[in-house]
Design a protein around this ligand. Structure first.
Ligand SMILES: Cc1ncc(COP(=O)(O)O)c(C=O)c1O
Length: 370
């Protein structure tokens, strides 16, 4: 089977470095919020090209805490996408805020033109959580123009977009805050849960540092109601010492795989999702579209031929059972998001895919009865 991700091969490469990092943390006797977290935060901010980074327990928490730091709370309307991991919406709902779903564009990214119309009609919307889905960057120039025109407080969901750029700028550089995830399948994955908040604003960085640690401003002094959402020393050490130095190389390999798929896939009914103008994907995923009524057949075909595949994401947010009793709004039918939910299939893409496996995935796709 050619898996979507290959942690076995990753382990073979990184084992010695992982064990050395564990030894370092174990022998230090310091396991929560110490030198490893601080050093990782500094390294991540430098790599990302943003001023500050604050490690937290997950990508979900990174979004929620960022929104809270921007002042978002119960009853606030938050514009967001119907097509994402559920965590994007959950972070909003957990604050008692109200997700307002706009539709997507052809790339599966929130439609910024429709957002402009919505924001014109809805001056009550002050918060925005766009998602750089699949590793593709939204048009950051367009996002900046929305931010300025409507004085928006933006948390960019960069869980899938580390190293992706638009107009030469990194995702996360337009919103007041960016949230990312180190869930193991992410391009920069931990060995368990983890996340980070990035920002150029020093005061906001200080606020989220306080919020992640019970709202503790100095020892035993709690200035506000916060969270227990701390990145572990162990995860920080593994991220900085093992994973981060390999990220650029791993991302380049993902780019090579994507380039081979882009040129090799020659099936009229398998349509690569493509990339927005002037953007560089970090190829977290390689999504293709097939006709909705043929998707199950395509998935079974891939499976029968030993090719792993995924669906990102088959159910749009407004249709999730969990939202039945939670306030939310959809603008229109979210028709494009629904179309993608029904027809999207993700092909294997990871740093350890060999030339032979890439060729095999292409050949299997091209041989599908369609
Ligand atoms: C787009 C997106 N947002 C948020 C999250 C949440 O991250 P985590 O699983 O670390 O809470 C994820 C990952 O699952 C994601 O893919």
């Amino acid at each position: 089977m050619i898996p979507l991700n290959d942690f076995q091969r990753q382990w073979d490469e990184i084992r010695a470095d992982v064990l050395a990092a564990v030894e370092t943390v174990g022998s230090s006797g310091w396991y929560i919020l110490g030198g490893e977290v601080a050093a990782f935060e500094k390294a991540l901010a430098e790599q990302w090209g943003l001023g500050h980074s604050v490690g937290v327990a997950s990508g979900l928490d990174a979004i929620e805490i960022s929104l809270k730091a921007l002042g978002c709370g119960a009853g606030d309307a938050v514009l967001t996408t119907p097509l994402s991991a559920f965590a994007t919406t959950l972070a909003i709902v957990k604050l008692g805020a109200i997700p307002v779903f706009a539709d997507c564009d052809q790339y599966g990214l929130i439609d910024l033109e429709q957002c402009r119309e919505i924001l014109r009609a809805r001056p009550d919307i002050r918060y925005f959580v766009p998602v750089h889905l699949y590793g593709q960057s939204l048009d950051l120039a367009a996002l900046r123009s929305l931010r300025d025109e409507f004085d928006l407080r933006i948390v960019e969901d960069c869980a899938q977009s580390i190293l992706a750029t638009s107009g030469g700028l990194p995702t996360g550089s337009v919103g007041q805050m960016a949230a990312t995830s180190f869930y193991p399948t992410k391009n920069l994955g931990a060995f368990g849960d983890g996340g980070a908040i990035l920002t150029n604003d020093e005061a906001l960085a200080a606020r989220v540092r306080c919020l992640r640690d019970y709202g503790q401003s100095s020892k035993y002094r709690h200035s506000e109601i916060g969270y227990n959402s701390r990145l572990d020393e162990l995860q920080a050490a593994l991220l900085r010492r093992v994973q981060l130095p390999r990220l650029t190389g791993w991302t380049e390999h993902r780019g090579l795989v994507a380039a081979r798929y882009n040129t090799g896939l020659r099936h009229a009914r398998i349509r690569p999702m493509g990339s927005p103008r002037d953007s560089n994907s970090c190829w977290h995923l390689y999504p293709v579209m097939v006709d909705a009524e043929r998707k199950r057949d395509f998935l079974s075909w891939l499976k029968s031929q030993g090719v792993g595949a995924g669906e990102h994401y088959p159910i749009v947010m407004p249709d999730q059972c969990a939202l039945k009793n939670a306030a939310h709004q959809s603008i229109g039918e979210c028709a494009q998001a629904r179309k993608i939910a029904l027809g999207e299939v993700s092909l294997p893409i990871h740093p350890y895919l060999t030339e032979e496996e890439i060729g095999r995935v292409i050949e299997v796709c091209n041989r599908w009865g369609g």
